[in-house]
Ligand binder design. Structure first.
Ligand SMILES: Cc1cc2nc3c(=O)[nH]c(=O)nc-3n(C[C@H](O)[C@H](O)[C@H](O)COP(=O)(O)O)c2cc1C
Length: 359
């Protein structure tokens, strides 16, 4: 197979990507309280070469927004240097360097934050035993500013692409989802109000970055539970981000896997149908992700116009040489992900049985 679509270049604003293979953000939990980059991060991103765009894992913009006590941070200037070394490693591989800005909101725990109180969009949406505090409007302004500061640091570190996390049940999803957002102020209630945090994040980051990096959002366009984010809400939010000037979208789920949003006859088992549905409603490029293992599937997703770029996550943890082997015509040598989900359960790629067998 020639992988004509997969290996064709694409331009996003001023950013030229040599191919359409994307390494999606995947946390490897190799930092500590400092949130600093370690050698393990540099080795990990060096190994995963050959992608047009490699997006560095969720880096937290505010210390109280940590999901893990080992999460990478972008909440102070001392962290810039290490992050610049990751960007450099990705550039040396010939790819564009992306990074994901993250805040866990109510998914943070006092263990992960080293005692700081986690902040939630609405207290009603959290179990009573959880230690947390509801976000005041001042907190929201400060966190928006933390995202902007994170973007400034990402540009200083040399990243070409910055996406803020608006998926997977974290802060952006918590604002968007009517199940988690029970606020009565301008950030809650109507869809427009629930979208406000994401829209303001985009506007502030774009103003800060001034075209020095492409700004995107990993948008969770549907929740698993009914009454949460509907695919209609997701489509509307994607369109509003496009109208606000966003040049590319990375499409995933909100809180949990929304099987109900899946059209019958969808080509793949996983989440890819979400990107496919969003692509029909926006004209900016869309990154699709979820459930692809082989380059044949990735090529098919592009050929069938399901997305403009294609991200393969767990398949890269199984074989970091996935893209390089496709580029070099050695796709038959790829060690395939068995979709056992060990990596997801433990959020630790070191435990991938395929990687352990073939390293
Ligand atoms: C170990 C692991 C860590 C992940 N970390 C992140 C993350 O930091 N940010 C994010 O948006 N998604 C994260 N994800 C989700 C992936 O980016 C991807 O969307 C998901 O694995 C589905 O794609 P796949 O079927 O190709 O693996 C993670 C997934 C795994 C397995």
């Amino acid at each position: 197979m020639k992988y004509t679509n997969l290996l064709s270049p694409i331009k996003i604003g001023n950013l030229e990507l040599k191919n359409r293979i994307v390494l999606p953000p995947m946390v490897i939990w190799k930092s500590d309280k400092s949130g600093m980059v370690t050698k393990s991060h540099l080795d990990h991103y060096k190994e995963s070469s050959g992608c047009g765009l490699s997006i560095v894992e969720a880096v937290v913009v505010s210390s109280e927004g940590r999901l893990s006590d080992k999460q990478l941070g972008i909440f102070n200037d001392q962290q810039i240097r290490g992050l610049s070394e990751i960007a450099e490693v990705i550039h040396q591989n010939g790819g564009a360097a992306g990074i994901q800005l993250h805040h866990a909101g109510g998914k943070a725990t006092t263990r992960a934050t080293f005692g700081e109180t986690p902040l939630v969009v609405s207290k009603e949406a959290v179990s009573q035993s959880k230690i947390c505090r509801e976000l005041s409007t001042d907190d929201i302004s400060r966190i928006l500013n933390d995202f902007t500061e994170g973007a400034r640091r990402a540009v200083e570190a040399g990243f070409d692409y910055i996406e803020f996390h608006g998926a997977h049940g974290y802060l952006g999803t918590q604002f968007l989802s009517p199940l988690l957002n029970k606020r009565n102020d301008k950030y809650g209630g109507t869809l427009e109000n629930r979208q406000r945090f994401l829209l303001e994040s985009f506007e502030n980051i774009s103003d800060e970055v001034k075209g020095k990096a492409v700004v995107s959002c990993r948008l969770g366009v549907a929740d698993k539970k009914s009454g949460g984010i509907s695919i209609g809400d997701g489509i509307d939010t994607a369109c509003r981000l496009e109208q606000a000037g966003m040049q590319i979208l990375d499409i995933s789920c909100g809180n949990g896997y929304p099987d109900s949003a899946k059209p019958t006859g969808s080509s793949f088992k996983g989440l890819y149908h979400l990107a496919e549905q969003i692509k029909k409603h926006v004209s900016i490029p869309v990154i699709g992700v979820g459930g692809l293992v082989t380059p044949e599937q990735a090529e098919l997703a592009l050929e069938n116009n399901m997305s403009d770029l294609t991200a393969v996550g767990k398949a890269f943890l199984a074989d970091p040489g996935w893209a390089q082997k496709v580029l070099e015509g050695r796709a038959d040598e790829i060690n395939y992900c068995r979709q056992c989900n060990v990596c997801h359960q433990f959020s630790n790629p070191d435990r991938c049985p395929v990687w352990m067998e073939f390293r």
